[in-house]
Design a protein around this ligand. Sequence first.
Ligand SMILES: *[C@@H]1O[C@H](CO)[C@@H](O)[C@H](O)[C@H]1NC(C)=O
Ligand SMILES: *[C@@H]1O[C@H](CO)[C@@H](O)[C@H](O)[C@H]1NC(C)=O
Ligand SMILES: *[C@@H]1O[C@H](CO)[C@@H](O)[C@H](O)[C@H]1NC(C)=O
Ligand SMILES: *[C@@H]1O[C@H](CO)[C@@H](O)[C@H](O)[C@H]1NC(C)=O
Length: 440
Amino acid sequence: MAALITFLLVTLSTSALGQVPEGCIDPPGNNGVADIIVQALEAARPLLVSGIPELSIPPLDPFGPLPKIPFSVDTSGLWLEGMVNDTYVRNMAQFVTCSVNLTFGLAQKFDIEFRLQNFHIDGFYDVDGLALSLFPIFGNGGFRIDTYDSGFTGGAKISYNPITDHAALKDLSLDIFFATMELEMECILGCGDMSDIINGAASEIAPFMFNAIWDYISPILSTFLQDGINDILKNISISDIVTPVERRALELGNANEYLDLVMANLGPMMEAGGLDPAPLPAANLDLGTVVADLYDGQLTGLSTIHRDGTCTLDRVADWLFLYANVAVENLGVHQMGRVTSGDTTVEVEVDTTISSVALYFVARGDVYSLEADIDQFIISEFGKIDVRIDGLGSLDYIMSPLAEAVANLVRDNVSRLLETKVKQAIQDALNETPWSMFDD
Ligand SMILES: *[C@@H]1O[C@H](CO)[C@@H](O)[C@H](O)[C@H]1NC(C)=O
Ligand SMILES: *[C@@H]1O[C@H](CO)[C@@H](O)[C@H](O)[C@H]1NC(C)=O
Ligand SMILES: *[C@@H]1O[C@H](CO)[C@@H](O)[C@H](O)[C@H]1NC(C)=O
Ligand SMILES: *[C@@H]1O[C@H](CO)[C@@H](O)[C@H](O)[C@H]1NC(C)=O
């Protein structure tokens, strides 16, 4: 005899055959790329039966036999260890594509929903345990699980490469839903007839058994779907299909990862290239009755420059444009000096700090050579400058005007350094970081 348990989990409206299931969208795709995915999934339906050997994808309908899958149940009423083996999952090829959404913009994502009237699993089970800590529950034999008004939802990230003009999905994960589930287990309790206990136990066992099987198959299904869709996307030039507005949105934010890589390369390049620490020119400051000579100037901290905000990439014909904001904080300048007034000369030490400097630049690269040129380079913010002068002694009265003169000098000399050597270093770092690296 068999225990047949039916229980209702969620009630979804049933769909009539041949019609668009309720809650589904007709046509399912929300834009041109999604439409192509829908068509290709339809074309791939026979592949669920045959599999795709080139991509190491096994047939998925039927999908099996699955290896032994263990599961355990531990609830207030029931404790048991079990396993299923020789399991087959059936009916996958009867999917209906319900909706496919590609969302562009800063939160690029892919969402898909399939419906499947009857998701069927069968195989052999073996369980051993206790009900209410008292009655032994054991048995083995055939089992089947059917879910009705079922479906799958999937979500993934989209990565888009403006150079190749191709998109790909990554991190696709699937969830299953259904309105009702039936579990039938043959011969539990050695084919005895304690049907009340059987009924109680089977409804408790079902979700654990189902989840164990789902956990095994869902990554395989996700991989199948993701690889299959990426194989389709590989052939699609995105700009041919989406509107220019959608394409711009797809590219937005895309260069953050790339610029982070450039900045990571730039730091060590600056240290090796004599920009951190960087020498500052000697200077002579004439304050009327007082003259200050500054020398041995050194600027430290430039190598900690980093991306500051969203970096975007745009493509116009054969040109790529990178729009970037970068910043560096806590720059320090150390200088030695000699301050003279009449017969008095004192040796001073000058320490200047710059709270932050922000830069904006636009780099242009042609898509063939991928060589970058910086077109625009702007110091968008020069932060607070603090000057400390030690050693003025009797010339202390000159502190304030001298500090102001040093601040102006440092701002001018550091700005000049940024606009020349630092700009060149950024351009070199762009060229040493291949522009195609933001592919994945
Ligand atoms: C799977 O279960 C069947 C039936 O219980 C049994 O005959 C078979 O030996 C099992 N296979 C494995 C690998 O456990
Ligand atoms: C796709 O978008 C439509 C409209 O916003 C929505 O009703 C549907 O649930 C979405 N599909 C998925 C799978 O997220
Ligand atoms: C992609 O294009 C190649 C060559 O044009 C073709 O052989 C292949 O079937 C296409 N793949 C898909 C999924 O359309
Ligand atoms: C440093 O700044 C001073 C003061 O503005 C300026 O006269 C001098 O040309 C600058 N030197 C360099 C190398 O930029």
